[in-house]
Design a protein around this ligand. Structure first.
Ligand SMILES: [Zn+2]
Length: 146
């Protein structure tokens, strides 16, 4: 589903610098990051909430999410040609398969999910239990909702 007018990826400056370092770490291993979602205006949060209405997967607009602060990213791994690497689920698959401890999938997809997490955590991000693709800047509390 498409929620944005254009495909610019916006983040806080500090968060963007961490993301660049994570990408450089992966480039050395022959991979790179593909970003699906970053800063998310509250107007988009409201639309997404209408679709999902499950706090395990999306923050209600009245509370706001770390995406609304410009300090969270949803992303995956691709090879240097831009081909998606196998992961345990698709993006925004709101099921068990999205959880970071889900292991009823191929070894390859677990390896890829953990490599993504390693690159992000080493460079200043924290993962959440419910979505393998979502990472918060560990310093997100510095930033208010925009
Ligand atoms: Zn997210």
């Amino acid at each position: 589903m498409k929620f944005y007018e254009d495909n610019r990826c916006l983040l806080r400056y500090g968060t963007a610098k961490k993301l660049i370092r994570a990408n450089e770490y992966l480039l050395n291993l022959g991979f790179k990051l593909k970003v699906w979602d970053a800063y998310r205006p509250l107007s988009v949060q409201k639309i997404m909430w209408e679709f999902v209405k499950d706090e395990d997967f999306i923050a209600p607009p009245w509370r706001g999410s770390i995406h609304n602060r410009g300090a969270a990213v949803d992303l995956t791994l691709v090879d240097l040609k831009g081909n998606d690497l196998e992961m345990p689920s698709d993006f925004d698959d709101f099921s068990e398969r999205a959880k970071i401890n889900y292991n009823c999938c191929s070894i390859e997809s677990i390896k890829n999910r953990e490599l993504l997490a390693e690159a992000m955590i080493k460079n200043g991000f924290r993962r959440i239990k419910s979505e393998w693709w979502h990472f918060n800047d560990e310093e997100f509390e510095k930033y208010d909702i925009l």
